[in-house]
Design a protein around this ligand. Structure first.
Ligand code: NAD
Ligand code: UGA
Length: 465
């Protein structure tokens, strides 16, 4: 088997950064170089203060601190890294298309194609090219076609090795992955490439957890895994609405069904709606692929997961408005949390953005506190929606780093992210500072209902009447 001494990863984002850091930490004899065209991002990865890394993940600072400058490097010299490496991971973003055919559904593969062309131009020795990004099924054939037509006689093997880490637990997920999926051709060289990549993961994971498939199964499995996970959240969220009408309690229902080992207990926490850069994007991609093959019923089936998620976010915002006597105009509402889940600074598709937008349309005055998200990011998220001018967004919504002071004279608090610290707050003190009646809308089912009502709050918890 080919001995690997140099790996390169194109894309230093939420996947490329943590994944390569873990590979570097587990394989000290392999030089791992992560490259990106975004100079600021690379500078952040190289910042001497590890608290300034562009990605916040528990445990990441320690790993980067121990490997950076030894066998882990972050650089903007893309061509040099490609030239040196025996394995090249492509881990660039694959957002939903915002233009042209497939707009709003299909994955935009322009960054992937640019990477393939870059590799084709630079490579002078044989390479294994690994799709780490989440890609529509059959993308490998496009990459192969670009790579095989360079005319410089280099042999490329293309593998699909989708990433299953979740943000907030990325390091733990990488170190202790349920499974690693490697798709590749069933030819002799394809099998050899799969084994070469497998050997890297086998350095810290049991071989039984490394699954080998053909390329198309691997590409499709990634989309399907995310679709199934998101479907569970939408399913339980649909039931949360029913619980609120029937005096059933969604946590009790989750527990009751989750004890059935065929259903399982994970991913049944009702919430204000799933966010994150991938669930919606990947389901839309699945919907697009199914409908482009004429499978409209399949497309409609999966689209419903997104429709239910949008309903949940809207329902949460509408409940705030109707509970606050049908008007939030001029009322101060404090948001606890902006990130799409706890333990990450990522806000992509966070439910908080859409809830804020709906309340701002009703002229609410919002103050946001999130322990890891910057003011700049919060305004960028709102401005991106283009619902109102940036000036209006800044006039109606303020960002604070003082969560307790912020609630002075507030009408309501909305819990949008399940940060642990919110549970430790002195809620009696918070109650005293707020206008009465004081409302808390808990979109994460984070707080104890009995305590909150005892303190005097009008407390709404998603999925309970
Ligand atoms: P990201 O936006 O955080 O990072 C992508 C990086 O690629 C950016 O820094 C960008 O500048 C860089 N890039 C784009 N084109 C480039 C080029 N031609 N050359 C060099 N660099 C380039 O994205 P991410 O969250 O890391 O996601 C990457 C892929 O992984 C996506 O396909 C996503 O669906 C998938 N994925 C993401 C997660 C997650 O938790 N975020 C988990 C599993 C899979
Ligand atoms: C998800 C998948 O879990 C990963 O396996 C996958 O690799 C990744 O997408 C990806 O492809 O990007 P991530 O989005 O980082 O990971 O985080 P999750 O823990 O899956 O949470 C997604 C959203 O669902 C969050 O907003 C979370 O709050 C919400 N959620 C999750 C619920 O509302 N209820 C649950 O029970 C679980």
């Amino acid at each position: 088997m080919k001995k690997i001494t140099k790996i390169c990863c194109i894309g230093a984002g939420y996947v490329g950064g943590p994944t390569m850091s873990v590979i570097a930490s587990q394989c000290p004899e392999i030089k791992v170089t992560v490259v990106d065209i975004n100079v600021d991002r690379i500078n952040q990865w190289n910042d001497s203060n590890l608290d300034n890394l562009p990605v916040y993940e528990p445990g990441l600072n320690e790993i980067v601190g121990a490997t950076r400058g030894k066998n882990l490097f972050f650089s903007t010299e893309v061509d040099k890294a490609i030239d040196e490496a025996e394995i090249i991971f492509i881990s660039v973003n694959t957002p939903t298309k915002t233009y042209g055919k497939g707009k709003g559904q299909a994955a935009d593969l322009k960054f992937i194609e640019l990477c393939a062309r870059n590799i084709a131009r630079v490579a002078k020795t044989d390479k294994i090219v690994v799709e780490k990004s989440t890609l529509p099924v059959r993308t490998a054939s496009a990459i192969k076609s670009i790579l095989d037509n360079t005319g410089n006689g280099v042999a490329f093997e293309i593998l699909s090795n989708p990433e299953f880490l979740a943000e907030g637990t990325a390091i733990e997920d990488l170190l202790n992955a349920d499974r690693v999926l490697i798709g590749g051709d069933d030819t002799a060289t394809g099998k050899a490439a799969k084994n070469t990549l497998s050997a890297i993961y086998e350095r810290w994971l049991p071989k039984e957890r490394i699954l080998q498939t053909n390329v198309w199964s691997s590409e499709l499995s990634k989309l399907v895994a995310n679709a199934f996970l998101a479907q569970r959240v939408s399913s339980i969220n649909s039931i949360s609405a029913l619980c609120e009408k029937t005096d059933a309690n969604v946590a009790e229902v989750s527990r009751a069904i989750g004890y059935d080992s065929r259903i399982g207990s994970k991913f049944l926490n009702s919430s204000v709606g799933f966010g994150g850069s991938c669930f919606q994007k990947d389901i839309l991609n699945l919907v697009y692929i199914a409908s482009s093959f004429g499978l409209q019923e399949v497309a409609d089936y999966w689209e419903q997961v997104i429709i239910m998620n949008d309903y949940q976010k809207r329902r949460f915002a509408e409940n705030i408005i109707s509970t606050l006597y049908n008007t939030v105009s001029g009322k101060k509402i404090v948001f606890y949390g902006w990130a799409f889940k706890k333990d990450t600074n990522d806000t992509r598709e966070s439910a908080a953005i859409y809830v804020a937008d709906a309340l701002l349309e009703e002229r609410a005055e919002i103050v946001v506190y999130d322990p890891k998200v910057s003011e700049k990011q919060i305004y960028a998220d709102l401005d991106y929606l283009n619902t109102r001018t940036p000036e209006e967004n800044r006039r109606l919504l303020k960002v604070t780093n003082k969560p307790i002071e912020a609630i002075e004279d507030a009408h309501a608090i909305a819990v949008l992210t399940e940060w642990d610290e919110f549970k430790t707050y002195d809620w009696s003190l918070i109650f005293k500072k707020m206008l009465k009646p004081a409302f808390v809308f808990d979109g994460r089912r984070l707080l104890n209902k009995e305590n909150m009502t005892q303190i005097g709050f009008n407390y709404y918890k998603i999925g309970e009447s």
